[in-house]
Design a protein around this ligand. Structure first.
Ligand SMILES: [Zn+2]
Length: 239
């Protein structure tokens, strides 16, 4: 089919207008990379949330190896900011809490293994609340201190089979993804007592102990208190 010259011309003009419009739109929507200097007490998570950018994007854009170790004063690229942020409305992150006396001497490891995922590492919509210690299925999981079992659930969301133990000093420990719980609610346990057998129940891609330590209901990095006594472990690089 042969196009009339005038028609061709009109089509070309329309195309040019459309392209120019597209380019202008693209320019308007183009997102600027901002920079943010980390202040004391801020976490990557709080920064990501304040700018409306995913934690993963910030981690990628800055080549961050360990998202839980962000130093005050670090300058971060904040990619894909879609709205102008005049004053970054950063919610104050949690400052490092002083440890209660009951944790001053550290805790023994709940199981001997390699840490394959660290505290505060990014998950789809939150930060990891504990550490993952890789062990074979059926490995005994030990209470890290004397206490009382406050939960022994067969299925607790992504945790799968979960044991929770309350200790002195408003400290609680969590042991998740078990293949079997060995204790019941209300039971008194001693440090080192097996409370579960490790597995991959719940949301787990391999057999491991998901271990959390909470102080007054707030999760702390278990690595702050593990390893000073008892078993030793190698920390693997971030997977
Ligand atoms: Zn975990």
């Amino acid at each position: 089919m042969r196009l009339d010259r005038a028609v061709t011309r009109r089509v070309l003009i329309l195309l040019a207008v459309a392209l120019a419009g597209g380019a202008r739109l693209a320019a308007e929507e183009k997102t600027a990379d901002l920079h943010h200097t980390v202040r004391r007490g801020q976490t990557l998570y709080s920064i990501a949330r304040a700018y409306g950018v995913s934690l993963q994007r910030i981690v990628q854009a800055n080549g961050i190896k360990n998202p839980s170790r962000i130093r005050a004063g670090s300058r971060l690229v904040i990619p894909d900011v879609t709205h102008p942020v005049a004053t970054p409305p950063i919610t104050r992150g949690r400052p490092m809490r002083p440890l209660p006396a009951s944790l001053a001497d550290g805790l023994p490891w709940p199981a001997d293994g390699v840490v394959v995922s660290q505290f505060a590492s990014p998950r789809r919509d939150h930060q990891h609340q504990g550490v993952d210690i890789k062990v074979p299925e059926g490995t005994p999981v030990h209470a890290v201190a004397d206490g009382v079992v406050t939960m022994a659930a067969e299925s607790y969301g992504s945790y799968g089979r979960l044991v929770m133990i309350r200790h002195d000093g408003a400290v609680t420990s969590y042991y998740g993804h078990n293949v079997k719980n060995l204790v019941f609610v209300g039971q008194r346990v001693e440090a080192g007592e097996p409370v579960a057998l490790a597995g991959h129940s719940g949301n787990a891609s391999c057999d491991h102990v998901h271990f959390e330590v909470h102080v007054k209901g707030v999760p702390i990095d278990p690595m702050r208190v593990l390893g000073r006594k008892g078993k030793t472990s190698t920390v693997a690089s971030q997977p």
